[in-house]
Design a protein around this ligand. Structure first.
Ligand code: TMP
Ligand code: ASP
Length: 239
């Protein structure tokens, strides 16, 4: 497998083609962005830590029956992934209320809702990734109702698996964002990343933020906090 050209240069990641049309290489940068790119900064080693965390989580999900794009880690910043046609939706799963939902409904951060909340966003930067609903997503031709059923079922399974993973590590899984794509056969799979950039992880005892909210709200110790998540995941391997 040989790395070829840059096909996508995102804020926090790059994607390269390879000599195999069915695979791409994901490269994790040391940049953080928030609030639709209004805020951006450089954090040495953030990409290395996120590559490790996301690879660990995708490998864990895959071993537990979730079809994902992850194939293998190539080096400290890069992973080999199945090529996908991206579905322009973001599915946010919320076990606790925080962030935009806390603001929008004026509910205190950390409140536990009586049921898990699933939000759907249209991944469209020009429009600011607006919330949409299921019938809008189908009407826009983005997905079918059957696709949405598969996506929500998968999001539910991922949430159960992540709760099993993080609860013993004393990390409260507040919320996280998932993206999906279609592989070369058209089958839907989980893509992108799951990391402190795309999730809210709170220390279970103190509610200390171990995620991108440290950057959004200028709390400092960003990479140190991401490393704490990685260290706790690695501690599972030594048990
Ligand atoms: P929110 O509170 O801003 O709606 O975000 C909910 C979760 O989803 C949070 O963990 C951050 C993540 N997220 C992304 O990773 N990318 C996005 O574009 C958005 C809107 C949220
Ligand atoms: N990625 C989203 C944005 O750039 C949400 C965030 O990270 O704050 O606004």
């Amino acid at each position: 497998m040989v790395k070829q050209s840059l096909i996508f240069d995102g804020n926090e990641k790059r994607v390269y083609s390879t000599d195999d049309p069915a695979t791409v290489i994901f490269h994790f940068k040391d940049v953080a962005t928030a609030f639709n790119n209004v805020k951006t900064a450089y954090f040495p080693e953030k990409g290395i830590v996120n590559n490790k965390i996301s690879a660990y989580i995708f490998d864990y999900l895959q071993r537990n029956g979730i079809h994902t794009h992850y194939i293998a880690t190539l080096n400290e910043r890069e992973q080999l992934c199945r090529k996908s046609e991206n579905i322009p939706l973001e599915v946010v799963v919320r076990n606790y209320i925080a962030g935009s939902l806390a603001d929008r409904l004026a509910i205190e951060e950390g409140t536990k809702p009586s049921t898990v909340i699933y939000d759907l966003n249209y991944n469209n930067t020009e429009l600011g990734d607006p919330l949409i609903n299921d019938t809008q997503a189908v009407a826009l031709g983005i997905v079918s109702f059957d696709d949405l059923k598969y996506i929500y079922d998968t999001a539910h399974k991922v949430n159960s698996l992540l709760l099993e993973l993080f609860t013993p590590l004393k990390i409260k899984l507040v919320d996280f964002k998932l993206e999906f794509g279609r592989d070369t056969d058209g089958t839907i799979m989980l893509i992108d990343e799951i990391s402190p950039d795309t999730s809210r992880f709170w220390d279970a005892d103190t509610d200390k933020r171990l995620d991108k909210d440290r950057f959004r709200h200028d709390l400092g110790y960003i990479v140190a906090s991401y490393k704490e998540v990685l260290d706790r995941l690695m501690s599972r391997e030594n048990k």
